[in-house]
Design a protein around this ligand. Structure first.
Ligand code: PEP
Ligand code: MG
Length: 542
């Protein structure tokens, strides 16, 4: 048994087989193989898996986002069956004796160059598709992210680190836990683990690819990972799992109960989600609504800008599933750690302080308009709130409102309905927004505090950098005072304020939030009942 220490970022435990995920951007090395027959079989099997994955993706997309979005997976299947492409890969394997992955990489580059040089726009666009399907085959050959789609089992995912777009592509039903070499408590992998209610350990420096396929037991309480655990360790982890289950059962009694303190102060307790699939867990955990829907998942899981129709269907689905309960959708927060190739953004020295979120939306209003049109059209299917991330100035809000009004006028003149009771809010996640709360608040219906970013910007400590964990004292007065000030400004104007960052679920601060007058807390679905339990034990009169 090998024992590896890291930092636990979600207190759960798990036992399972390890799937070590390597990155898509790893270079495929020029490599010869001695056994071309083996390489040919490897290619054949990886291609068969790719075809199966694409057929499944087609069915999934058809159900979730409609024919228009699903079609691309049919095109990818056709490309994989292309005779010239297959002949080219096999030739490179047999004649040049390259490994299957290197042969696929070369064939992919050749075909992509050929498509790019064509005059026909449709054929030109196939260049990125051939790269994509080839990457899928290489993924299968090397055991990279998409390999998960092709497996029946459930795994503990090991990786150096996972980007938000990699995590969004994972089939969550097959993930039992995360162990990463890098990452930080507030990185999106950690947030995802909390949303999924599974153990996660970051900073586990001792992991390596040779562990692929072995058994791991993960203790998210202590940040310990056991490779090839012995009987005693397995027993200890199973007992912990049982204790967690017992505690969950106790919390079950809180289902359907109010979020009210002993002295009668009520608070709204909402949940955060990252995709429409998470709604099930919101309802299961009895949240009053959704306080943050990170809409960027739609952009991250797509190869091109998601169309208005695709977005409309996703938002409508969430709103309908939540009935009359509030659903606050945040407009896309791309940039910083959430980079997307097709946005074509240039590399930045300091992406967290860079071209991100609302800054991109205001610079490219066409992208923003498409999202707003989809949101407004979906608004008639439920109780929608829209909020805008990364606000720093008053002028940004005026500009946003101008665009929202233009979109409304266009829809009106096209005879398309939208709700006129949508609430519009901004995230308070920069110190500038918090300090200017009194100036910003008259222009909005609500504030939602993004503590993950507010902490990193206030303490000047990159939330992605594991070396800075010790500089991130999340309870530091500097952050709490900013939130307190924003709360007093919101209330002065009769507006409400919530917290949707991870700090909202920190029960050591629940009493402080209630004392300062926070009206809403939005937490990972798994924390709803724990926070409710805490609220119901507080007496603000004492
Ligand atoms: C935050 O910054 O606290 C927040 C909720 O947004 P995100 O974590 O998506 O940046
Ligand atoms: Mg944020």
């Amino acid at each position: 048994m090998i024992i590896i220490k890291g930092k636990g970022v979600f207190s759960a435990v798990g036992i399972g087989k390890i799937l070590f995920i390597t990155k898509r951007d790893t270079e495929i090395k020029h490599k010869k193989s001695e056994n071309f027959e083996l390489e040919r079989t490897r290619f054949k099997e990886a291609k068969a898996s790719a075809l199966k994955q694409l057929a499944e993706l087609y069915e999934k997309a058809l159900k979730e986002v409609g024919e228009e979005h699903a079609e691309i997976f049919e095109i990818h299947q056709m490309l994989l069956e292309d005779e010239d492409y297959n002949a080219s890969v096999n030739e490179l394997i047999e004649l040049a004796q390259f490994t299957a992955e290197y042969a696929v990489r070369l064939a992919s580059d050749r075909f992509a160059a050929m498509f790019s040089s064509m005059d026909d726009e449709y054929m030109k666009a196939r260049a990125s598709d051939i790269k994509d399907v080839s990457d899928r085959i290489i993924d299968n050959l090397l055991g990279r992210v998409s390999k998960l789609e092709d497996t029946d089992g459930r795994y503990i995912i090991f990786a150096d680190d996972l980007t938000p777009s990699e995590t969004v592509m994972l089939d969550k039903r097959k993930v039992l836990g995360f162990v990463t070499r890098f990452g930080s408590s507030n990185s999106h992998t950690s947030i995802l683990a909390r949303n999924m209610n599974i153990p996660a350990v970051i900073g586990a420096e001792g992991i390596d690819e040779a562990m692929n396929g072995k058994t791991a037991a993960v203790n998210g309480f202590t940040g310990t990972v056991y490779i090839d655990p012995d009987q005693e360790t397995l027993k200890m982890i199973s007992e912990l799992a049982e204790a967690i289950n017992k505690k969950k059962q106790l919390l079950e009694d809180l289902r359907g109960k109010e979020n009210v303190t002993l002295d009668g102060t009520k608070i709204k307790l909402y949940a955060n989600i990252g995709s429409p699939e998470d709604v099930e867990s919101v309802l299961k955990n009895d949240a009053d609504g959704i306080g943050l829907f990170r809409s960027e998942f739609l952009y991250l899981e797509s190869d091109d800008f998601p169309s208005e129709e695709t977005q409309f269907n996703a938002y409508k689905k969430v709103l309908e599933s939540m009935g009359t309960k509030k659903v606050i959708i945040r407009t896309m927060d791309i940039g910083a750690d959430k980079q997307i190739d097709y946005f074509g953004l240039s590399k930045e020295e300091n992406p967290a302080l860079g071209f991100r979120a609302i800054r991109i939306c205001l610079a490219y209003p066409e992208i923003f308009r498409t999202q707003l049109r989809a949101l407004l059209r979906a608004s008639v299917y439920g109780n929608l709130g829209i909020m805008f991330p990364m606000i720093t100035t008053f002028d940004e809000i005026l500009e946003i409102k101008g665009i929202v009004n233009d979109v409304k006028s266009a829809l009106y003149s096209e005879g398309i309905a939208y709700s006129d009771s949508i609430e519009y809010g901004i995230m308070i996640e920069t110190p500038a927004a918090a300090i200017m709360s009194d100036v910003l608040v008259p222009e909005v219906d609500f504030f939602s505090v993004g503590t993950n970013d507010l902490i990193q910007y206030t303490l000047a400590a990159d939330r992605q950098n594991p070396k800075l964990e010790s500089f991130c004292d999340t309870h530091y007065e500097a952050v709490l005072r900013l939130i307190e000030y924003a709360t007093s400004c919101a209330h002065k104007y009769g507006k409400w304020i919530g917290i949707c960052g991870e700090l909202g679920a920190d029960t050591r601060l629940t009493e402080r939030w209630l004392k300062m007058g926070i009206d809403e807390l939005s937490v990972s679905p798994a924390f709803v009942l724990t926070v409710r339990d805490k609220i119901r034990k507080i007496n603000l009169k004492h």
